[in-house]
Design a protein around this ligand. Sequence first.
Ligand SMILES: [Zn+2]
Length: 170
Amino acid sequence: MDDTGTNSVETSSEEALSSDLVKENQSTSPGRSVDARCVQCDECSKLRLIPTEELYEEIRSRFIEDPFVCSKLPNVSCDDPGDIEDYDSTWTWAFDKPNLPKTPPGFKKRLVLRKNYSKMDCYYDAPNGKRLRSKAEVSRFLDKHPEYKKDISPSDFSFFSPKIMEDTNP
Ligand SMILES: [Zn+2]
């Protein structure tokens, strides 16, 4: 876990502070997404599974100014054993970036693992079902649907794709 859990405020993907997990499964169907999300405690360095995507996004959105500690989870403290001992190829791991914007209400962010494990593709599904694959598409969408503009701007979207750790590929 060399790249994680530091106090660094670096925001490059190399210094990602929180992580997404893609659980290994035997299915050959393409398009696997994120099965579980975990973050590392700033105090004890243990890995904690975060139960919902919403909570994960909340923690990630303020990760630099408000580092994660175990006590942020209900009934959990640094004295409790970690949820995951270490990362290995039981799971395919992808490292996320801190302080990404929370997904705007009504939108759904999708991260889909390519079949060859090379990378995850990132896109958003808009409330009307329109799929947005880039900031340019977000801008065009907002121009076409100005009703969203009072609450949402292109900076609320990030197309950063978590970096797959090659040594955890099957
Ligand atoms: Zn802790």
